[in-house]
Design a protein around this ligand. Structure first.
Ligand SMILES: Nc1ncnc2c1ncn2[C@@H]1O[C@H](COP(=O)(O)OP(=O)(O)OP(=O)(O)O)[C@@H](O)[C@H]1O
Ligand SMILES: [Mg+2]
Length: 361
């Protein structure tokens, strides 16, 4: 999966931009505030209908404009299948088209254009809250396991209903069917989460630098069958009712990254090390995605070179180029991303005050 053409209109300072994207590494460079991240933001909006920087689309739409629009030509499986997709978004309305069809479900478009994104905010995967890590894990599974989203929705719908009933101090017989539904959905959800993290840990090996030669990924939730989980919910009805919400379950679990001798990575890693670990995890996710879906996702790396020393930049850039996937990298220091000979072609774009010029094919 890759983009061959990208058109962006009225996204931040990008009034009208047309890019002929390269099939491998696309390096987008320029001074601060030039509009580099806005290009990645546009690709993200085309896939997910939302920005990775803000939930308020009015912040992204160019000042004095009512709508933004983004369109792309997508090549599937590197074969000669070319599909057009486009999105138009205003304050209250979003219109998406993919291959001539109107798309009404956001998840469908996210599946059409699978993305993995690393931004300065990705540090939240290590230093943020359990909610950030669950969000990351849920998105990973959404991309690779078709049934996951249904189990996730079933679980959360039943959880909401149980919480409403708990707050109303409803009698036990009203709670039972929702607890049953939660337990039924939780079992495959938890099994998928555990299995995916195990697979990810294996896929990580080639991307881990010497600093992380013993990384373990731990899922904190207990391993419970549907019956045991339902028993647990019943046992906690009283305390849950006092608290007004459900204390146990996949909606409260966490993922912990341990380094050698069981040290919690979040407690000891430097910013640069954390960034390297997050990029390694993302490349491992891309490998898993490709195994499941038989084509690579598109990778967006915002401000790749920040916080990394020269050697780390070179190692990571080599790893990225070694993957047969399309990558969009923004940087203020393109000279530190050397082109590894014999590897994927590199396209370079210079951005200056919202204008983009292709400088290398
Ligand atoms: N809604 C908007 N309308 C017009 N311009 C905007 C809007 N929102 C932000 N901008 C401007 O668009 C530019 C976008 O900057 P962007 O974040 O893409 O820069 P960048 O090249 O990634 O810079 P850095 O290297 O600092 O990360 C900035 O100059 C910003 O002031
Ligand atoms: Mg930026």
């Amino acid at each position: 999966m890759r983009l061959s053409q990208l058109s962006i209109n009225s996204v931040r300072n990008l009034t009208e931009v047309n890019l002929a994207c390269g099939p491998g590494c696309n390096i987008i460079f320029g001074e601060n505030a030039a509009g580099k991240t806005a290009i990645l933001e546009a690709i993200h909006i085309l896939s997910r209908t939302s920005s990775f920087r803000t939930h308020r689309i009015t912040e992204v739409i160019q000042h004095n404009q009512e709508t933004l629009s983004i369109s792309a030509e997508v090549c599937i499986n590197n074969r000669d299948i070319r599909i057009l997709t486009g999105l138009e978004k205003g304050r209250s309305q979003t219109r998406i088209r993919y291959n001539g069809e109107r798309i009404t479900r956001r998840s469908e478009q996210a599946r059409n254009l699978p993305l993995l994104t690393v931004t300065p905010d990705s540090h939240r995967l290590l230093f943020g809250s359990p909610k950030d890590r669950r969000h990351w894990l849920d998105w990973s599974l959404f991309h690779v396991e078709p049934g996951y989203i249904q189990a996730w929705q079933d679980y959360h719908q039943a959880l909401r209903q149980r919480n409403i009933l708990l707050r109303k101090a409803a009698p036990p017989e009203e709670l039972t069917p929702w607890e049953n539904a939660m337990a039924t959905a939780a079992e495959p959800l938890l099994a998928s989460r555990r299995a995916y993290l195990q697979q990810l840990q294996q896929a990580l090996d080639p991307f881990l630098a010497a600093d992380f030669n013993q990384l373990a990924i731990d899922y904190t939730g207990p391993e419970l069958s549907a019956e045991r989980y339902q028993d647990k919910l019943q046992q906690h009805r009283k305390t849950d009712s006092l608290l007004g919400h459900t204390q146990y379950g996949p909606h409260r679990d966490d993922v912990v990254f341990y380094l050698e001798e069981s040290k919690n990575a979040a407690a000891i890693l430097s910013r640069g090390q954390a960034k390297k670990l997050i990029i390694a995890l993302t490349l491992a996710q891309a490998v898993k995605y490709q195994e499941h879906r038989e084509q690579p996702p598109i990778l967006l790396l915002d401000d790749l070179t920040a916080e990394l020393d020269d050697q780390s930049r070179a190692v990571i850039h080599g790893q990225i180029q070694g993957q047969a996937m399309q990558v969009f990298i923004t940087t203020t220091h393109p000279e530190t991303l050397a082109h590894a000979p014999g590897q994927t072609a590199m396209a370079m774009f210079h951005v200056e005050r919202g204008q983009v010029t292709k400088v290398v094919e």
